[in-house]
Write a protein that binds this ligand. Structure first.
Ligand code: C2E
Ligand code: MG
Ligand code: MG
Ligand code: MG
Length: 294
């Protein structure tokens, strides 16, 4: 009896395993095809200076255009990393984002930066640096307007990372550690790394100021960044109370639905046009419009 049902369970387990493998293979195949046909696009989410609400730039966020649906990055980036497609996809993202940023800067005559997520697998490629320099040259975007977002996992091969970070610094590109607080970087490691900014992970932001532990973690990260001379960005800011708390505690930059969702090409154009239509000072002293969403 027990053996019987055990056997049956084993069968269902097996079948679902097979289904998963099949599904995964299909996803991989479709992704390969998508890379061939360049079926990707970028959305751009505004980055806002907390002291005065000024727009300082955008984070580029990748989407896969699969027929009439948009597939979010969390579902396919890990697959792209596993099957060796991330270098090509990531190269396209960098080229596209820098080109687009250059376009805003020329059109509005105002320095707006672009933040680009970079997978650890791109970062450690031998020709990564050369690729960055090439992209800056072809897009003619100032290096100081490109910020690369890497995760703490990059810091595991520390010696290599340090060398690459130093080289990026000499090129003039800045680097942010994304999703900070979710990984394992110790302060000892951080103090030796030429990075420019920490981005507090959304998971720490979403329950402030109610949850005492998260509030404490956010304060500590902001203090850490301050004492190391690093900039600090809060991601996933959705409520005014969160923004108030972060601002009071010295967070310099924010990003989140409170300000704007990631914008597609058309919404981005409308957003920029509106932002820069406010008088001769451009957007420098402009206030933010939380109502503009996709
Ligand atoms: P991330 O770099 O931490 O990006 C922030 C994510 O939070 C984005 O999700 C954004 O849409 C979302 N977000 C922003 N504000 C809010 C908010 O107020 N509330 C909520 N609930 N979410 C908010 P998205 O676009 O789905 O991207 C997910 C992750 O995929 C990114 O996290 C990044 O790690 C990765 N990713 C995106 N684009 C690229 C890319 O071009 N290359 C690589 N390697 N990874 C990418
Ligand atoms: Mg990011
Ligand atoms: Mg992040
Ligand atoms: Mg995140």
């Amino acid at each position: 009896e027990a053996k019987e049902s055990g056997k049956r369970r084993f069968c269902t387990f097996n079948q679902s395993m097979a289904e998963k493998i099949h599904e995964r293979l299909r996803l991989e195949q479709r992704l390969r095809q998508a890379v061939k046909e360049r079926r990707f696009l970028l959305h751009y989410q505004p980055l806002v200076r907390m002291t005065d609400g000024a727009l300082i730039g955008f984070e580029a966020l990748l989407r896969w255009q699969d027929g009439d649906r948009l597939i979010p990055p969390d579902t396919f980036i890990p697959v792209a990393e596993e099957c060796g497609l991330i270098q090509e996809i990531g190269g396209w993202v960098l080229q596209q984002a820098c080109q687009e940023a250059r376009r805003w800067n020329v059109r509005y005559g105002h320095p707006l930066k672009v933040a680009v997520n970079v997978s650890v697998m791109q970062f450690v490629e031998p020709d990564f640096l050369q690729g960055i320099e090439d992209v800056l040259a072809t897009s003619r975007l100032a290096a100081s307007l490109l910020e690369l977002e890497i995760t703490e996992s990059v810091l595991q091969s520390l010696e290599d990372s340090k060398r690459i970070l130093k080289a990026l610094k000499s090129v003039g590109v800045s680097v942010a550690i994304d999703d900070f607080g979710t990984g394992f970087s110790s302060m000892a490691v951080l103090k030796d790394l030429p990075v420019d900014r920490l981005k507090i992970d959304r998971s720490f932001i979403c329950n402030i100021p109610e949850l005492a532990q998260d509030t404490a973690v956010c304060k500590a990260i902001i203090m850490l960044a301050g004492s190391l001379g690093l900039g600090i960005t809060a991601e996933g800011v959705e409520k005014a109370e969160q923004a108030d708390f972060l601002k009071e505690n010295g967070c310099d930059t924010a990003q989140g639905y409170l300000y704007a969702r990631p914008l597609d090409a058309r919404a981005l154009d409308a957003y920029l046009a509106q932002y820069f239509s406010r008088g001769p000072a451009g957007g420098q002293s402009g206030q933010h419009d939380p109502f503009i969403t996709t």
